[in-house]
Design a protein around this ligand. Structure first.
Ligand code: ZN
Length: 203
């Protein structure tokens, strides 16, 4: 199982990190070992003083495919979820400066939070889903999938030209504005269309 992540997919988040709007999706991979086991707390790794939450809508791939067209992309998933792309922002900034890959800042153990899954048939339009992240009961991120620069089906078409998609692969579709630092004893709660899909305690 692999996790394919899209970066810089919401305009306001591109602006807050002072990034340039990309001409093509920014793509990176997290290893399967980065998945935070269910019901487990998240431990801030010792190599970072600035781990950020990034709440993202997730898609679970249900069959093998490559070079998938946008039109056929919907036949490759039945489930939609919500998760966190934890990012060691201090380490990522150093790597970015040097033009090095981000894996150490994005792929460490526990860096991928995957919440409960919902059938896509629960939703009228997956390109108009509201989602939010609460930190200690206060809303810190709010988004709607209609604001994605690349929509879910376009992402599947694009990434499948580079990577064969396999059953069980998960796509993280990018974060909206409002990313921020976590501290010990924080707890994070994510909701998709008012259904709570995860709660994580920070240690
Ligand atoms: Zn992200």
């Amino acid at each position: 199982m692999k996790i394919i992540c899209i970066g810089r997919n919401y305009t306001a988040h591109i602006d807050e990190l002072k990034n340039v709007r990309p001409e093509e999706p920014v793509v990176f991979i997290k290893p399967d070992s980065s998945v935070l086991p269910k019901q487990q707390d998240f431990y801030i790794p010792e190599f970072s003083d600035n781990v950020h939450y990034e709440v993202e809508v997730l898609v679970k791939i249900k069959k093998v495919g490559k070079h998938i067209s946008k039109e056929f992309a919907p036949t490759y998933y039945d489930e939609i979820g919500l998760g966190i792309d934890f990012t060691a922002r201090d380490l990522q900034s150093k790597l970015k400066e040097k033009g090095l890959p981000w894996e150490k800042a994005k792929g460490f153990d526990g860096a991928a939070v995957i919440g409960e899954w919902l059938p896509k048939t629960d939703f009228k339009d997956i390109n108009n889903l509201n989602f939010k992240l609460l930190k200690n009961d206060e809303i810190v991120q709010e988004g709607n999938t209609s604001f994605m620069l690349w929509k879910i089906d376009e992402i599947i078409a694009y990434v499948s030209t580079f990577f064969m998609l396999k059953k069980g692969d998960i796509i993280f579709t990018g974060t909206p504005a409002g990313v921020g630092k976590i501290s010990p004893n924080d707890y994070l709660t994510g909701s998709l269309e008012d259904k709570e899909l995860f709660t994580i305690k920070i240690k």
